[in-house]
Design a binder for this molecule. Sequence first.
Ligand code: C2E
Ligand code: CA
Ligand code: CA
Length: 677
Amino acid sequence: MGKSKQENDLYHQLIEGLHEGVWLVDEHHNTQFVNQAMANLLGYSVAEMLRKNIFDFMAEQDKAVWKHLLIQYAKTKSYSRGLELLHKDGHAIYVRISLSPIFENGKEYHGTVVGVIDDTDIRKQDLELKLLSSAVEQSATLVMITNEVGIIQYVNPRLCELTGYMADEITGQNVKILRSSSFKASELAEVWKAIISGDAWQGEISTRKKNGEVFWSLMSISPIKDDNENVINFVAVGEDITQLKNAQSRIEQLAYVDGLTGLANRVLFRDRFEQALKNIVRTKTDAAILYLDLDQFKRINDSLGHDVGDALLMNVADRLRDCVRHQDTVARMGGDEFVILLTNIDGVTGATLVARKILQVMNKPIRLLSHEIIITPSIGITMAPADSLNADILLKNADLAMYRAKSKGRNNYQFFTSEMNERAIRHLEIENDLRKALDQDQIEIHFQPQVSLSNYELVGVEALVRWNHPERGIIYPDQFIQVAEETGLIIPLGWQILKQSCQQWHTMKSKGLQISKMAVNLSARQFRDPNLLEMIQAIFDRTGFNPLNLELEITETLLMEDMDHAISVLKQLKDIGISISIDDFGTGYSSLSYLKRLPIDSLKVDRSFIIDIPEDKDDMAITAAVIAMAHKLRLKVTAEGVETQAQWNFLKRNRCDVAQGYMFGKPMPADDLLKHQ
Ligand code: C2E
Ligand code: CA
Ligand code: CA
């Protein structure tokens, strides 16, 4: 070999100083030499390994590969690859080997130097990376990696699938390619600011697909830093939340759209209305608000059922939509109330045209579930800026005008006028004053005599309320009953009226009044009050009034609204001895067949039929017929507003039972009535 001892020592030191294992085998693969590092790696001492065959350090299944390697390749060239060796305790050690064959005299194969590097850590990392990347690749999560300036370096298949880009199409592009127009540049700048400074960012991002569609994702973007804390990459991980977003916007939509008709609801209307009012000022144009209420809708709903009612509302919504232009807003405010906002309209003329069109379209009958229905609207109109530029005031104006349309006989439109406003203000004053009136004994009762047509005797009285206002003097019920109804004040007021009437009845009786019936008017709201019976009973208990002496006057309109409920309340009233009479008969539906079903005692023919007797033959015919029919139903008949002898004679001839009117006396205080008798 010709090497000096010095040289040998040097080689020895060199080999033993290596961290990698060195293993020398002869042509039969027996170990000639191993360095300490090699022995350590496999857990043996050097002496234990010497002369052992290299295959003894391998698992059975690997031996074939090693043989192949050592025999096939080692003789010809160097070779390097990863393999497993067995540790002394039996576990596998991952190594990377390099083989260098040795040739005697440059020709004959003499053995192999095997260099062995411990590969366990690297193998482990490799494996983890493989696992990780396959997890990322197969993940349903969106993953994207960019460099520090936002150039895309990696996207996972899920992101490709969702965006429609191929991986190699999108890598190398700037992330901006994915930005949708609804994600503003300023928002993007915010995100950049956060992540460039090294913070993670999380939020919702709308992203543009290759085909232009937009999807929403919830993204977390984290910066990746090198050892010197410089940001070198960004990793964005996200979830596709498009469905969630859609659900959310559906919920938002529900909050703005009327579920039944698909029209704008109150909230959305308000929004558009405020917007429109701003535009009016800017563009110096006119807008109109139409407040629309369906006439008699409640009746249809109650009698034909809610399915028909709903179908009707949907149909009305469609027809209203057809009456306006695209830029106008039709909204359902609730129940059977609709509001239409007409912008950029040709003043009062333009609004009138639309109102007329609505009336015309709505007056056509429609077929719904085998019913032929005509539903008419009452429409109130107000103009902006002429009437106001305040949304609340305009809505109130239109509402007032709508009530005006109703009181004008329905199925028409009315414009808001300043008088209506004055009326509204007056209503407010009345409401406030009426509250005080109840506390301050300003409520008085007058009594109007009722006379028997057969013998001219006083048989009863009708109690009629008067309000003795400290400044305005006597106020008549026409001025305040409606306000009391609308505000609910009718409940305490009605209680007061009945109580005072019963108390005064006793006074009059004790002073010698010889009658058996007192009629008291009951308003709609009182009749629907669930505490009605309780209240009446309490008054009877307090005043000692005999229920047999009381007659309650109720209008027919009120009873027809909900027949079944009316019948049950009337029955309870009758059960405690109270009589019932139908007031203002002839002004409502006046259906005698309905009356047949009601437990009532008498009818009061409305004054409007009496007033033109004997001139109006129709009124006379109607009155005569009503009396005859009522008698057939065993109902007594009272005629209201009897002022003349001719009227008296006519009523007597037609066997009317009782007459009430100025002919026998106006409503008067109890004391006057006593003198009158
Ligand atoms: P009503 O129940 O039809 O009462 C009859 C009204 O006709 C009374 O007006 C009475 O003064 C008037 N009247 C009676 N005879 C004649 C007549 O010969 N000629 C004319 N031109 N009028 C006559 P009043 O007292 O102003 O009451 C008006 C309405 O107010 C009543 O009509 C009734 O609907 C309501 N009302 C009156 N008092 C009460 C009450 O205590 N409670 C309720 N809920 N409503 C009441
Ligand atoms: Ca009455
Ligand atoms: Ca009446």
